[in-house]
Design a protein around this ligand. Structure first.
Ligand code: ADP
Ligand code: ASP
Ligand code: MG
Length: 401
């Protein structure tokens, strides 16, 4: 008998028909003689709708109350799915994140799972029930409800698979696997049979939201084999694992991230310690900085340009404004109608031409590059958001045609 964790995303449980479809698939797996634990997300756009509701009432609501609100979406899904399974006469129980034993740190809105006490789930499995668990949520040590960050149900599922030592973790979604790029932008994107944890982690971190990046990090750490599959079509999905057999392509995928804002500090003094002062002030406020560019000095002055997420833009600007006394500069400007486009693949390390080909594709399409960042596994460029989809298309074409 195998123990299988199956996760169904919001689009897979968006309406009554879809909930019934998921119920059938889950019951089918149980009827094959498996123990099944199911993690579900909030239905359709529920989480976005709840955020909108909160904005109408208080745009500066505390993160604690936001988590209280947002966690309700998943609670609806687990009850509805359990009811659909009851209707199919299979023993079932739904559990919220806290009932299922998810303990997290106190970083409201972006909490990390610290441990899962699996006794309750285990005892329900022992009673031969299908166990439905609410994704995306847990409880901190002060008994506050927390959520794991957007897309976090994937991480709930992988963490549960690791804690229960499950034989498999299947992530069901509205596409039938991981593609070379978002198949909704590039229709001729190619489905990957397999992808390594490292490549998937880069893709997910660079904006391919098909998997939450922390779920991939956790799968790698606990060696949980993941499969991304379709909720609707019964076809093999994409397996995410340590080593893949597939012949190394130059690049494994193209990702897009529109959650990016750029800040430029112009005319800083060209003396030692300036970058340290700027970035330590940002770090103190927990602001993550992504791409960084510093100009060469000219006339005793230099410029520093960097990117943050849109949600951190206002906070970052106020940190920089407060810094002016101690770290003088001439002016600050910012821009948030931007997109970061990245290519990812283990094969690019030994191929210096890869970055050049990416830039050529953009040049041929007359798309201007604002910033560039590279690492062993990726090359990222910052461009105007209105060029983003075209950029993904032309870069994808360049490497696949
Ligand atoms: P769920 O609600 O099931 O969690 P998400 O919307 O979070 O689903 O993730 C699935 C979506 O990820 C797809 O609909 C697709 O548009 C998008 N996506 C982005 N990049 C990729 C990629 N490389 N391969 C597959 N899907 C991708
Ligand atoms: N419902 C949450 C979200 O929309 C979590 C998830 O879907 O994984 O971000
Ligand atoms: Mg998701």
């Amino acid at each position: 008998m195998a123990l299988i964790v199956q996760k169904f995303g919001g689009s897979s449980v968006a309406d009554a028909e879809k909930v019934k479809n998921v119920a059938s698939r889950v019951v089918e797996t149980a009827n094959e003689g498996n123990q099944v634990v199911v993690v579900v997300s909030a239905q359709g756009d529920t989480t976005d709708d709840l955020i909108e509701k909160a904005q109408e009432i208080n745009p500066n609501a505390s993160k604690r109350e936001m988590d209280m609100l947002l966690s309700s979406g998943e609670q609806i899904s687990i009850a509805l799915l359990a009811m659909a399974i009851e209707a199919q006469k299979y023993p079932v129980i739904s559990l919220t994140g806290w009932q299922a034993g998810f303990k997290t740190n106190s970083a409201a809105g972006n909490a990390r799972i610290s441990k899962i006490d699996v006794e309750r789930i285990q005892s329900e499995l022992d009673k031969h029930k299908i166990v439905i668990v609410a994704g995306f949520q847990g409880l901190d040590k002060y008994d506050n409800i927390t959520t794991l960050g957007r897309g976090g149900s994937d991480t709930s599922a992988v963490a549960l698979a690791a804690a229960l030592r499950a034989n498999k973790c299947e992530i069901y979604t509205d596409v039938d696997g991981v593609y070379t790029t978002d198949p909704r932008i590039v229709p001729d994107a190619v489905k990957l049979e397999e992808i390594t944890y490292d490549e998937m982690l880069e893709l997910a971190s660079l904006g391919a939201n098909v998997l939450h990046n922390r779920s991939v990090e956790m799968a790698k750490k606990y060696n949980v084999q993941l499969e991304v599959k379709s909720s609707f079509k019964k076809v093999p999905g994409t397996v995410v694992k340590e080593v893949t057999n597939v012949e190394k392509m130059l690049i494994r995928g193209v990702a897009r991230d529109n959650d990016v804002a750029r800040i430029a500090i112009i005319g800083l003094e060209d003396t030692p310690g300036i970058a340290f002062k700027v970035f330590s002030a940002l770090a103190k406020e927990n602001i993550n900085v992504d791409m960084i560019l510093q100009s060469i000095g000219h006339g005793g002055k230099k410029d520093i340009v960097f990117t943050v997420t849109k949600s951190n833009l206002e906070k970052a600007l106020s940190v920089i404004a407060a810094l002016k006394e101690t770290v003088p500069y001439e002016e600050v400007n910012h821009k948030d109608d931007l997109s970061k486009i990245s290519i990812v693949g283990a094969g690019m390390v030994n191929n210096p031409g890869v970055a050049a080909s990416m830039f050529e594709a953009l040049f041929d399409a007359s798309i201007n590059i604002h910033m560039i960042a590279t690492s062993e596994l990726k090359v990222s460029v910052l461009i105007n958001i209105n060029n983003a989809e075209r950029a993904v298309q032309v870069i994808h074409d360049k490497f696949t045609k």
